[in-house]
Write a protein that binds this ligand. Sequence first.
Ligand code: AMP
Ligand code: ZN
Length: 305
Amino acid sequence: MVHKANYPKCKRCKKPAIVALPSHNTAFCAGCFDLFFLNGVKRALKFMALPADALIGIAVSGGKDSLATWDVLSRLGHKVMGIHINLGIPDFSKDSIRAVTEFAGTRGLEYRIYNLKDLIGYDLPQLKGKTRYNMCALCGMIKRYYINRLAVENHFKFIATGHNLDDEAARLLGNILRHKRRYIEKFYPCLLSSHPRQAGRIKPLFRMDEHEIRTYVKIHGIVPAKGGCPMNKGATSHYYKEAMDLLEKRMPGSKRDFLYGFLKEQQPPQPASYRECSSCGEPTFQEVCGVCRLKASLHQEQKEK
Ligand code: AMP
Ligand code: ZN
């Protein structure tokens, strides 16, 4: 946020601006920024053709992005419910739960918290060193599996995540640099369900950048969990973000041009042909899904002890 003295007037109403948005070459007062933000999300939702009465599960980490997603979708009149998975990471998970419960409590919104320990028998830190997976990849796989499973059990038609413009531009850059054709083909802000045990997935904040989301939560008195996950140091996604940040700094608008230009040409992905995990029945591309293979290897390790 800003010192008013350094700021121009709001481009819309001419009151003193509280935020400048160089990538849009504009500045707004709080009220007009709020309208701008809601409109940005509405435009994103146009990609997604959500039935008006669909129950949407918000995968909420307690960070600014997923709390803002939850706030905006409920303000826009969607039926929403938060789902948080308590990963059991000391301090970080406690503050994440504080942020989720505080946010939902002040707005009277419904949510459910599930403990990873109850779901898989271990907290995330206890899995460290137990598998050959990188911790971020492991955490991502576990969260995707359980968030989808819990969404289906709770009858959510869609799951919304807090992925923002910075996340998506960085992920696209990573996929292109590494020629990940399979991921590039599926790259889209909305994936429809391809299986009865799969919820659709949407990213309502894909047009909003970090700075805009930080401004949004500040204006609305939302207090997200402090700091990032202490277990994700060295995640490669940080490097792609840094690269995009550099381009954005030198050439404001680069992130949007890159992402929107790609999406303009991109066709919505075709439904995927899933099979069912022979162990748990969840949709997967393999005989046994990643989480069941993880559970089997943890079980084996336990037996060998
Ligand atoms: P991350 O993979 O941590 O960058 O998170 C991406 C998105 O996944 C967030 O914006 C949330 O929507 C969701 N998410 C992350 N962590 C959790 C969690 N512990 N419980 C539920 N949803 C989560
Ligand atoms: Zn399985």
